[in-house]
Write a protein that binds this ligand. Structure first.
Ligand SMILES: [Zn+2]
Length: 481
């Protein structure tokens, strides 16, 4: 589908990072993978703790965000969550709808359904048939209209001039309940998605490694299969599967609407209540996912790929996003690979062994992955890079990092957080993401504070806990002969 605005913004800042993992993570367009919490930019910034205490204002819980921005949050009787940030600096607003549904809600044999269904959401309703939705938004001056699906969520977003609030509320509330999924448009869209799969996975070396890493590391959990799905599953799917998926999971009690921009929160609430208030909740329980048992032996694979130089990916099982250990892993990421003075950049890129290195946790609800990814230089072997990475991990386990190096990492981390919030669309993305991931965005703010409380001792403990030989999965991509 169309370009994702936030990705474009990220792209400008994180060139090295994206050259390594951007395409494979699919953050370019109609996304089908979780973003990595990593970037590459240096800047000094304040690390004062964020204020996460809320007060009540009418029906809204009000929490400070950054600067003068406040988040006004409320929940309708049918479970629909609404978050509004008033910002009149530009006569526009961003409108996001985040659904707490993703590829984790699929079953084996029907993989890719969440993402294929996301495409179907643009196919029209009885009242606004195919093409009308897009035409109305285009006429209204919409920018960046798009959607993306990931393991844990699906989001729909657009930016509009301030006087178009009624239009978007009308269209979005309509397709939450009145979507028409007909057989013909389903078949057409399935071919579009298969094309997307070829582009993203089959014809992308990083896509193949990415898919293989998840398949090797998750043998029980639905994170095992790619968000884009397997081709044979897509082929075997019917429009009825899409209709069933819609009936089960698309409901106000799985949705969070985020509006950021030149709007009045009380007015937004009034309009939202009017348009969505009568849509009944479904209370479809989340499927119970089998969890993987702890990995007890190292897993390795060599993948022949259409590449010139070798690639090395190393994955360690990491805890669920709610775990306080995750904040420590983010600090570890900053020390290992954030910026040119990070440890792995100096040891691998500066020395001419690798052309790039990145690392980080995938943002996932259930226990996930901390990955380290490198592209080797011509003639250099992944084995050498692996031994250097293991040496650097060993050093983290045994020698406390200096206060100065830790502070540098924390400053970078805070910078990336603030950088996410530089546009209305970025703020809406952060809030929607955190609501789905944690149930309440304020936990995302608290997480920021946790990163800033990481001590050298905690950093050593967490490295020792997760970065073990048995917990490691290694994939080496080698040029196909
Ligand atoms: Zn797509």
């Amino acid at each position: 589908m169309m370009m994702d605005m936030e990705s474009q913004r990220k792209k400008r800042y994180a060139l090295i990072y994206l050259s390594t993992v951007g395409i494979l993570l699919g953050i370019n367009a109609c996304t089908s993978a979780p973003p990595l919490k990593t970037q590459n930019k240096t800047m000094e910034s304040s690390v004062a703790p964020l204020n996460t205490s809320a007060h009540q204002e009418g029906r809204f819980e009000v929490t400070p965000l950054i600067g003068d921005f406040k988040v006004k949050r409320t929940t309708l009787a049918n479970g629909l969550k609404l978050l509004v940030v008033e910002d009149s600096s530009s006569p526009t607003f961003a409108y996001h709808t985040w659904f707490d549904v993703g590829s984790r809600h699929e079953v084996a044999g029907k993989t890719g359904l969440a993402h294929l269904f996301e495409h179907m959401m643009f196919k029209g309703s009885q009242k606004y048939p195919e093409g009308v939705f897009d035409a109305l938004l285009e006429k209204a001056g919409a920018e960046g209209q798009n959607a993306f699906t990931a393991n844990d969520h699906t989001a729909y977003h657009v930016e509009l001039p301030k006087d178009q609030l009624d239009l978007i509320i009308t269209l979005e509330s309509d397709r939450m309940v009145n979507l028409v999924v007909d057989d013909q448009s389903f078949s057409t869209e399935r071919e579009v998605v298969k094309g997307e799969r070829h582009y993203r996975t089959d014809n992308s070396p990083e896509g193949v490694i990415y898919q293989t890493l998840f398949e090797m590391m998750f043998t029980q959990h639905p994170y095992h299969w790619p968000v884009i799905g397997y081709e044979e599953d897509l082929d075997g799917m019917s429009a009825q599967d899409a209709r069933d998926f819609y009936q089960r999971f698309y409901a106000p009690d799985r949705a969070t609407i985020v509006v950021v921009g030149d709007v009045d929160a009380d007015e937004v609430l009034k309009k939202i209540e009017k348009a969505y208030g009568a849509i009944p909740a479904k209370r479809t329980p989340d499927p119970i996912h089998p969890q993987d048992l702890p990995q007890t032996a190292q897993r390795r694979k060599k993948l022949p790929l259409h590449i010139e130089n070798q690639k090395l990916w190393m994955g360690y099982h990491a805890p669920e996003s709610q775990s306080p250990d995750n904040a420590v892993l983010d600090a570890i990421q900053a020390i290992l690979s954030d910026g040119m003075s990070s440890r792995l950049d100096r040891a691998l890129v500066e020395t001419g062994i690798c052309s790039s290195v990145s690392s980080g946790s995938f943002e996932l609800k259930d226990p996930g992955i901390f990955a380290i990814m490198t592209d080797l230089q011509k003639g250099k072997s992944a084995a050498v890079a692996e031994s250097i990475i293991l040496r650097e991990i060993e050093r983290l386990k045994t020698t406390p990092v200096s206060a100065e190096e830790l502070q540098r990492g924390k400053n970078l981390y805070r910078f990336h957080f603030l950088d996410r919030l530089t546009t209305g669309d970025g703020i809406a993305h952060f809030l929607g993401d955190m609501e789905v991931l944690y149930g309440n965005f304020t936990k995302g703010l608290e997480f920021q504070n946790q990163v800033h409380e990481v001590t050298p001792e905690r950093l050593m403990q967490v490295t020792q806990k997760y970065f073990t030989t048995d917990n490691l999965t290694v994939i080496v991509g080698v040029p196909k002969k």
